[in-house]
Design a protein around this ligand. Structure first.
Ligand code: FAD
Ligand code: 2HG
Ligand code: ZN
Length: 515
């Protein structure tokens, strides 16, 4: 195991957290008292427990108590707030093991936490669960420049990992807007999808091995795994996307691709969702092997970003939809020509009304910012209800229209004047992966708006044969709605696995699965 070289400490760009518009975020246990109640079987934390943890961690900075826990109790959207009085920040896998063993033996519930950028309230406690942050497990362990296999501690920030790989000519096979804050372990625990899944595939394919601590302190280790290994059950898969429900991931081994030397980005204006789908088909045909992202955004999402960034949109006229296409290849002239020809063909066929191609790195970043800033812009008016959905492509955008219609029918929406609780329902996402992000931007969180949206949206998704979570997971938000996507047998099997690994139910209780 070796330490991160000093020159890698480039300044990171932590993802902007919405500013606090209320004196404090309301307690989840209060807001959702109809949905959750404290489980009395858990033991209350006391001074002797804290003394025990001090003995394990040795260094004082690894233990945070009382009001200093606030930043760990609140989520990124400022929608959920837990009441934990203790955050533990172990520095080694052995410390994680000793902590969990003690908690398991003493019935003390815990919430694993990475960069705390999750969007379903999974990374925060509800009551007084102990938060175990892996932020201090942050060493890069090894990189093999021949195979591209990268191994690191779970608490390495995604952008740090990617910068390290960039210096070695490789790229982390996942990228997302929270990269300056989220952890490698956190994205694996969530099975995050991100902006380039279309090209590099899911973490279920790229993660080769994991190190994880089970609730009884057992350290599971498959970090030596190879690209091919067919020796029975692939146990690591259970941890990918488990959202802290069966153990704490402490190390990740992942297969990384070569970083493309030529990257192009184009932003296109399109007249309808039907045209967006046609452009997608054409982009697969014409750009084929170099296509690395195909994102779409609706007009309202772009208006919000314009307000948020205080900038004019790169395309002069307004269009109902926008498409961002990224290509990544190895031959600049070839890729430039391909993309330019593609764009000219789409305009000639009248599938695309207008479009621009970034001419340099700063333009490329600028075009991406009109997509990547949407999550931040969505919170700027006070709050946002987020729905992260997989749907058959032809129905993908209809959910935004159906939700918008329902909200308008209830008289809840106005974009401009501020007299109604809802600003707008916006739609965007990873069209190439069949993944829509429906964001209902509100002036403040309120039960009256939430009850109009839920379970309506989940029912709609079920009727249209989609999934209520494409990539953000279930966490606390969707704990009562798993049945809209998983059938009874699937839920039973999931519960059995949960019970097998975590018989006392101490891991991330009150969330989507209980023992
Ligand atoms: P946290 O938020 O801390 O935790 C997430 C869940 O994993 C929790 O249930 C927690 O208990 C568990 N967990 C965390 N670490 C561990 C661990 N080491 N062991 C076991 N369990 C653990 N997601 C996408 O899929 N695609 C996107 O494009 C995308 N873009 C985003 C953009 C922004 C601006 C933001 C704020 C979020 C975005 N997300 C996206 C959400 C995404 O889920 C997170 O960014 C990321 O996956 C969470 O990583 P984290 O380290 O912050 O984990
Ligand atoms: C993205 O694709 C993320 O930008 C976040 O998954 C989506 O904020 C959201 O709803
Ligand atoms: Zn996404």
């Amino acid at each position: 195991m070796f330490k991160l070289p000093k020159n890698l400490f480039r300044p990171l760009r932590p993802v902007f957290r919405p500013t606090r518009l209320y004196s404090s975020v309301p307690l989840t246990a209060e807001t959702y008292k109809d949905k959750v109640s404290i489980n009395d079987k858990f033991k209350k934390l006391n001074d002797s427990d804290i003394e025990f943890f001090k003995g394990i961690l040795k260094d004082e900075s690894g233990l945070i108590t009382g009001d200093d826990c606030l930043g760990y109790n609140e989520d990124w959207m400022r929608k959920y707030r837990g009441q934990s009085q203790l955050v533990l920040k172990p520095r080694t896998t052995e410390q994680v093991s000793m902590i969990l063993k003690y908690c398991n033996a003493n019935n003390l519930p815990v919430v694993p936490q990475g960069g705390n950028t999750g969007l379903v309230g999974g990374s925060n406690p509800i009551f007084d669960e102990i938060i175990i942050s892996v932020a201090n497990l942050n060493n890069i362990r090894s990189f093999d420049p021949v195979s591209g296999i990268f191994k690191c501690d779970a608490g390495v920030i995604l952008e740090t990992a990617d910068n390290y790989l960039a210096d070695n000519g490789y790229i982390f096979p996942l990228d997302l807007g929270a990269k300056g804050s989220c952890h490698v372990g956190g994205v694996v625990a969530t099975n995050a999808g991100g902006l380039r899944l279309l090209r590099y595939g899911s973490l279920h394919g790229t993660v080769l091995g994991l190190e994880a601590v089970l609730p009884d302190g057992t350290i599971y280790n498959s970090m030596n795994s190879l690209r091919k290994d067919n020796t029975g059950f692939d146990l690591k898969q259970l941890f990918i996307g488990s959202e802290g429900s069966i153990g704490i991931i402490t190390g990740v081994s992942i297969l990384c691709p070569i970083r493309s030397s030529s990257v192009n980005v184009a932003l296109l204006g399109v007249s309808s969702y039907e045209m967006v789908q046609k452009v997608f088909i054409e982009s697969k045909k014409e750009l084929g092997e170099i296509l690395s992202a195909f994102e779409f955004m609706d007009l309202n999402s772009q208006k919000l970003v314009g307000q948020y960034l205080k900038l004019d949109h790169p395309l002069e006229d307004e269009y109902p939809f926008y498409v961002l296409i990224e290509t990544s290849g190895s031959n600049k002239d070839h890729d430039d020509e391909k993309l330019e020809t593609f764009l000219a063909n789409q305009m000639e066929a009248e599938l695309v009304n207008d479009g621009i191609i970034a001419q340099d790195e700063s333009q490329l970043r600028n075009l991406w910012s009109w997509r990547e800033s949407i999550p931040e812009a969505s919170t700027m008016n006070g709050g946002v209800y987020k729905y992260d959905v997989s749907l058959p492509l032809d129905d993908l955008y209809s959910l935004v229209e159906a939700s918008s219609e329902r909200l308008r029918g209830e008289g809840l929406v106005d974009f401009e004047d501020g007299s109604k609780p809802v600003v707008e329902a916006i739609g965007y996402g990873h069209l190439g992966d069949g993944n829509l992000h429906l964001n209902v931007c509100v002036r403040e969180y309120s039960k009256s708006v939430e009850s109009v949206l839920e379970p309506f949206i989940y029912q709609w998704i079920q009727e249209h044969k989609g999934s209520i979570s494409a990539e953000h997971g279930l966490g606390f938000q969707k704990k009562n709605y798993v049945g809209y996507t998983k059938n009874d047998i699937e839920i039973k099997l999931m519960k059995e696995i949960k019970h097998h690994y975590d018989p006392h139910g101490i891991m991330n209780p009150y969330k989507y699965i209980t023992a």
